[in-house]
Design a protein around this ligand. Structure first.
Ligand code: CA
Length: 229
């Protein structure tokens, strides 16, 4: 098992937000469960303790703080990593959250990429034994924690954007990623970027990967996007 195959439970009653989060976490390779209220969250944790809980602080049935108190007093869940979601301006919630043992927090509204970065950081902190994480495809190896890349054992120098592009493509070889999706995954922002920005970054990624005349593994899918194969 690696960090990226960890099971994440999202306790969030706003359905749209829960779905966006589930989609983005699954894109990262996580397994994801969604609990629409506090009681359901406790029930699901009772069935299978997740590797990390994303906990909306304002939940129906059982509130975030009550859930935390329950988790911290249970032997299986005493150290379960928790990231809480709080509303902007609710400083008191954050303080109380830390008092009852949350590991980190994200303020709504947030970008999925921001939350995912926190998830990785908290998991890494809580599961240092999983820190050695590599993904490999077609002779290309990514060391996700050190952000290093090799092809057939030879190091490849990539800027961080190209690294994230490659990580996205390598997470699902064969899948065609649209330019918009790649912008979300590699730039992690909702700001407007032209498609051409993606094309230029892919070009740089290609030339770095293919140095020395190696086969091109990135496929351009006309008017769709890019895939690794
Ligand atoms: Ca809520």
């Amino acid at each position: 098992m690696t960090l990226a195959t960890s099971y994440i439970l999202v306790a969030e009653d706003e359905r749209g937000q829960a779905e966006i989060l589930k989609y983005n976490l699954e894109e990262e390779g996580f397994r994801v469960g969604v609990a629409p209220d506090g009681q359901r969250a406790l029930d699901m944790i009772g069935e299978a303790v997740p590797d990390l809980l994303v906990l909306d602080w304002m939940l129906p049935e059982v509130s975030g703080i009550k859930i935390m108190k329950k988790l911290r007093s249970g032997s299986d869940t005493k150290t379960l990593p928790v990231i809480m979601l709080t509303a902007r301006g609710e400083e008191d919630d954050r303080l109380r959250g830390f008092e009852v043992g949350v590991d980190d927090y994200v303020v709504k509204p947030y970008l999925p990429s921001e939350l995912i970065a926190r998830v990785h950081a908290v998991l890494r902190r809580s599961r240092p034994e999983l820190e050695e994480e590599n993904i490999e495809y077609g002779g290309i190896e990514l060391d996700l924690t050190r952000m290093r890349v090799t092809r057939d054992g030879a190091p490849i120098d990539l800027a961080s954007t190209e690294f994230r592009l490659l990580r996205a493509l390598m997470s699902h070889p064969g899948r065609v990623y649209s330019r918009n999706r790649l912008i979300d995954l590699a730039w992690g922002s909702t700001t407007y970027l032209e498609d051409r920005t993606v094309d230029v970054a892919i070009k740089r990624l290609r030339s770095a990967l293919n140095e020395g005349g190696k086969a091109d593994l990135i496929r351009t899918v006309r008017s769709e996007g890019y895939a690794l194969e």
